[in-house]
Design a protein around this ligand. Sequence first.
Ligand code: ADP
Length: 499
Amino acid sequence: MTNPSTRNEWLERASTLELDGRPFIGGRRHGAKTDSTFNLVNVTTGENLATLPDCGTEDVDAAVAAARRAFETGLWAKMAPSERSQILKRFGDLVAKCGETLGLLDTLQMGMPIALSTAIAPAGGGILRDFAELAEHHTNLILPSAATALITQIRRPKGVVAAITPWNFPIHVALSKVAPALAAGNSVILKPSEIAPLACLMLADLATEAGLPDGVFNVLPGLGATTGRLLALHKDVDCLTFTGSTATGLRLLEYAAQSNMKPLLLECGGKSPQIVLDDVGDLDGLAQVLFDGFTWNAGQVCTNGSRILIAEALYDRLTARLIEKVNAAMTGHALEPSIGIGPLAGTLQHQRVSAFLEGVEPSDHLLAQGTISKSVPFEVAPHLFEAGDPNSRLTQSEVFGPVASVMRFKDEAHAIALANGTRYGLSANIWTKDVAAAHRIVQDLRAGFVSINRVPQPAPAGARFYSGEPFGMSGYGADGGLAGLLSYTRLQSVNYHFA
Ligand code: ADP
């Protein structure tokens, strides 16, 4: 089959998809025990796409029991790392092979432009391969010991890991959790977002085809308040990993306290600064990158560079170029291969962002606004504001839409104060030719992922290379790279004493 290259060809391909929304438990698909259901919306039409079970107590218990059984057999947890790695690499190859279908499913459910979703989904195979390699090669410690002793420090899997994931990059975020958790030898239950669960369910089919033992990877469709809550409260879940809103992250902390003190890995909201120093050269090129930084995936990105902080000397010139970009911007149909900005991910998200825009305080002035194509529901045009108050709703709250503000700063200290001036601390960007200045600023920034002269988009194939940990109410726990892999293990020291 050739790859579709036009909107109509994608629509035709979409009509041939088989949509399987049944839970995946213990190595196969099951009819759910619950009678409760929820509807998926096709974001490209606004119509119902499928009706899925809202997994309840019996389904959650069955998935946790299957994961526990699989863990206790040791078939996966105690398998030689090289063997485990081979299976995960095969899983990665299958994800890459099926990337087009996975990406198309994501686009239909949450509106990511098709060119982006079909690039990101197959790259998810690289995340699996990267963590497979890391797990195969990371080493345990033997500490200096007397001749009659051997003191070791080893890493054991945590056990049964529940992953609760969002809709903005359904496959990418799910694999960023599932890959290290599996690579470390855990059993996993994934609860994808109720907005975009279909491609995540398909991941379990692919994992089984790759040879993952039954019960090691389970996927449950369901609402946050039902399936997510039950998993978070479950006493036999050993670790909970989450990406989503700060409000839900706070709830999960309560659920952990009410149940079994399970450790959490939380990646919550962000309000990321773009700090532009006064020595940057190509203002046109930079304006484009900054524009992409808050409109990419329609701004529905945790690391969205939504606070553009500009050195006084450049402020007017760079802002003028940003205004041009925003005024010229047009959203489009998510299945149109040439579009850059698609619709938002459905009714709720559209209402949230629209309400946010209506409620912008008088201190923040609208500078520019793009247009919507009106070819699909749920479109919101890019908006640029001049922030008059560093404490306004616009500068403090995560919008999760194509909305940004510009602010001027006097000097480095002022830039740092503004950059750190929210409750979040997920990521930050600095734009400068002055490496020494960037290095100085970085050391005072409250941000887990900092990029100098690079847009902080997810790097699907780079998961093995770097790790970071959010500050403040963006969450906690190392994510990505070796430290990210080790987040899914627990330390055990073992002292052997010989007579
Ligand atoms: P958003 O509002 O952008 O969808 P959420 O934080 O609500 O962000 O959603 C992220 C994930 O958290 C989704 O999988 C969702 O189902 C889940 N979730 C939402 N509420 C709860 C909850 N009370 N308990 C557990 N999971 C939840």
